[in-house]
Design a protein around this ligand. Structure first.
Ligand SMILES: [Zn+2]
Length: 349
């Protein structure tokens, strides 16, 4: 339902041409795009994490369309230079990929290389260390395997039916948001681990299967087109952690990347990155520990004012549920996110 509303809004902005009229006013100077998986679409009916993936052809079409429209595709360092020196001659877009999935190397990299597009990959170092907890993937697998789920959350017992695909979708949506709203991410992860154990799912397998190893990351890092960014060690929602953990996660993640790849990352992405995961305290710490930029998942395009908020930058997600070029045109025009943000340019509170 919510997706249908978003889709209608994007279609309206496109077909009325409103996004073109609004672009000069709202479009800012550039945008940072967020991607996760890039891989061919799968046929499975139950894919609640599908919003986190786009098809390789879609990525290529986006690149071609952005270049056709006169947008420059630039690295995070170049974005930082433009923001800090107010060099806004041409609109720019940065492509960023979160979490270091292996399909970035297999499917995205050949396309990015072919078109000579700079891009960044933000790596939580527990993933190539093979200790990562991809709890959202584990939750999907447990619900896929289960007919019914019974569990206790914060002392209350709940049960969910998940015999049919429709029930599985509804259960995933409900459970995901209940878990995300918990104050303790340790509780969230314990609940998902327990569910996995009861439904025969091995959570430790996902890291190895889905994420790049350090050797694979080194292949990417050797290409001057590629920026490896930091994304903590354990991919925790930092706003829910004590300050010393926030600092440790930021610094230890950067240290591990420097030790493995020989280059200290200058750029950082907040895990999950919404306002419940990253706020003013985290923006200040990211600056304090020395990152040149840090990105959130708060939706928005970049304005000159963002030079004062370099560790609280918004991004636009290329959502797998909306793989239409016209949505990308509308989103990068700034029109949709301006509505979302009530025409406020900077959201760093
Ligand atoms: Zn992430």
């Amino acid at each position: 339902m919510r997706q249908a509303v978003i889709r209608t809004g994007l279609e309206t902005l496109y077909f009325t041409g409103a996004y073109i009229a609004l672009r000069g006013l709202l479009g800012g100077v550039g945008a940072i795009l967020t991607l996760h998986h890039v891989r061919p679409a799968r046929a499975d009916a139950f894919q609640p994490n599908r919003l986190l993936e786009v098809a390789p052809e879609f990525l290529e079409n986006v690149i071609v369309e952005l270049r056709r429209s006169g947008t420059e595709l630039v690295s995070l360092d170049e974005m930082h230079r433009r923001l800090t020196t107010a060099d806004f001659g041409r609109r720019f877009v940065c492509l960023t990929f979160d979490d270091g999935y292996r399909d970035n190397l297999t499917f995205a990299y050949p396309i990015l290389k072919k078109h000579a597009v700079p891009f960044a990959v933000y790596v939580p170092t527990s993933f190539p260390d093979r200790l990562g907890d991809l709890w959202w993937v584990t939750l999907e697998a447990a619900i896929a395997a289960a007919e019914r789920i019974d569990l206790a959350i914060a002392g209350k017992s709940c049960s969910f039916r998940c015999a049919t695909v429709a029930e599985k979708r509804e259960t995933y949506r409900a459970l995901y948001w209940i878990l995300r709203s918990l104050d303790s991410e340790e509780d969230l992860r314990a609940i998902v681990r327990d569910l996995a154990a009861r439904h025969g799912v091995d959570p430790s397998a996902f890291c190895e299967r889905l994420c790049m190893s350090w050797d694979e990351l080194a292949q990417l890092a050797a290409d001057p087109l590629v920026t490896i960014g930091a994304h903590t060690v354990n991919h925790l929602m930092l706003r829910k952690q004590p300050e010393e953990v926030v600092r440790r996660e930021m610094l230890a993640g950067a240290d591990a990347i420097e030790a493995a790849l020989g280059v200290r990352p200058d750029h950082f992405a907040f895990p999950v990155g919404d306002p419940t995961s990253a706020g003013p305290r985290e923006f200040a710490i990211a600056r304090d520990v020395g990152f040149k930029t840090a990105v959130t998942t708060r939706p928005g395009v970049l304005f000159p004012e963002h030079r004062n908020y370099l560790t609280a930058l918004p991004r636009i997600s290329l959502n797998g549920e909306f793989q239409r070029l016209r949505y990308v045109q509308v989103l990068t025009s700034g029109a949709a996110t301006a509505l979302w943000n009530h025409f406020r340019r900077v959201d760093a509170a």
